[in-house]
Design a protein around this ligand. Structure first.
Ligand SMILES: Cc1cc2nc3c(=O)[nH]c(=O)nc-3n(C[C@H](O)[C@H](O)[C@H](O)COP(=O)(O)OP(=O)(O)OC[C@H]3O[C@@H](n4cnc5c(N)ncnc54)[C@H](O)[C@@H]3O)c2cc1C
Length: 340
């Protein structure tokens, strides 16, 4: 187990903001995990589990220990009929897992190509993109109970998945370290092209009947065009969740604000576009201190000029107030925010 005292977290978060940890512990093997589970007392008020840092904003230092789960491993567990059960350890890179599954002739997660991060973080906010979310394919999650030091198995129904949410992010935040995930993938490919932009992209590529690999390539092309690359300019993808409101509220807003995009979720619930709301408030491309709203995508906050985490948070708060004042809607941040 690698241990570093007084470590900088600047290269461990995709916003690339400076923050420090009292100690950094890197778990690289199953043996490291065993030593950690028996010998370390995790305190969620001071300590933190970190994946690749692509969904976190450090607006303060971490006083205690930052634990990095870097344990690798992925394999096919069972195959029956068309269904294939695949297992990935928490330290596996998510996008590499997607590419590997495609190489194995498996499909199901191709729409989730190029999402940054590690497999262990994927269930946290039930990662999703282009009409698919992890919950659609997840079989189970294994996690270490940080208080008891015991491994626990969660079936899909126990994970309390919702839009960008799960029990690990909400009710049980700071209680578990996710050690591995199991996914149900397929041999027979059924394209999910419900997201209109994806079908259009495939048309531009001259593809009528796509393979899973071609869907993955189309997703990669769209993402590379639409989203600022964190290696070039620090960001954490979408900073706000798309708000979910009642149908009555959406109807009222639509009457007042012409062109309001709305996506029905159920008979009573409607999802709105946070990017549209932010753009209407005039924030796209604007900066505050070293932080800015991307001019490529209004939902993405960027570290434009050596921003501190607090500057990015101040910008997020200012945007939230604008949207609240104009539309009476409270935006919820998507990334975890570390505050003092
Ligand atoms: C350019 C860009 C595009 C993105 N696009 C999308 C997208 O399309 N869809 C989407 O859903 N997300 C997207 N994201 C957000 C992010 O990629 C995902 O949320 C990803 O799953 C975060 O993984 P990570 O390893 O970086 O987690 P981190 O940012 O390190 O951690 C996120 C949270 O998970 C916790 N955590 C991490 N690992 C574990 C573990 N093993 N056990 C317990 N808790 C853990 C952390 O404590 C923290 O609370 C994007 C981010 C960027 C920068």
């Amino acid at each position: 187990m690698k241990r570093t005292f007084k470590a900088s977290l600047k290269h461990l978060n995709s916003f690339a903001v400076e923050a420090r940890a009292g100690q950094l512990l890197e778990l690289e093997t199953g043996q490291d995990l065993q030593i950690f589970s028996t010998g370390f007392r995790f305190d969620p008020t001071h300590d933190l589990i970190l994946g690749s840092g692509s969904n976190i904003l450090f607006a303060a230092d971490v006083e205690g220990t930052v634990i990095l789960n870097r344990i690798p491993g992925k394999r096919i567990i069972t195959e029956s009929g068309d269904g294939v059960l695949v297992e990935a350890c928490g330290g596996e890179n998510w996008h590499q897992l997607v590419l590997w599954s495609l190489e194995q002739g498996l499909s199901g997660i191709e729409n989730l190509s190029l999402i940054p991060g590690l497999a262990g973080a994927a269930p946290m906010q039930n990662i999703g993109a282009y009409g698919v979310e992890l919950a659609d394919l997840l079989d189970s999650v294994q996690a270490l109970d940080l208080e008891k030091g015991e491994l626990h198995e969660f079936a899909h129904r126990d994970c309390e998945f919702a839009y960008r949410d799960s029990r690990f992010k909400s009710t049980d935040a700071g209680k578990y370290l996710i050690t591995r995930i199991r996914l149900r993938l397929q041999r027979e490919f059924k394209a999910n092209l419900n997201y209109a932009g994806l079908a259009e992209e495939l048309q531009v590529m001259g593809i009528d009947v796509p393979t899973a690999k071609q869907v993955s390539q189309a997703v990669i092309r769209i993402r590379q065009r639409k989203l600022p690359d964190p290696c070039v300019i620090g960001n954490a993808g979408s900073f706000f969740k798309n708000p979910v409101v009642s149908r009555t509220t959406a109807d009222m807003l639509e009457k007042e604000f012409h062109g309001l995009p709305r996506y029905p979720l159920s008979e009573n619930e409607t999802k709105l576009s946070a990017a549209w709301l932010i753009e209407q408030c005039g924030w796209k491309g604007r900066s505050m201190g070293g932080a800015a709203v991307s001019d490529q995508h209004a939902l993405v906050l960027v570290n434009q000029d050596n921003a501190t985490g607090s500057e990015i948070l101040a910008l997020a708060n200012a945007i939230g107030e604008s949207v609240q004042d104009r539309f009476d809607i409270k935006l919820q941040p998507e990334p975890r925010i570390v505050r003092s």
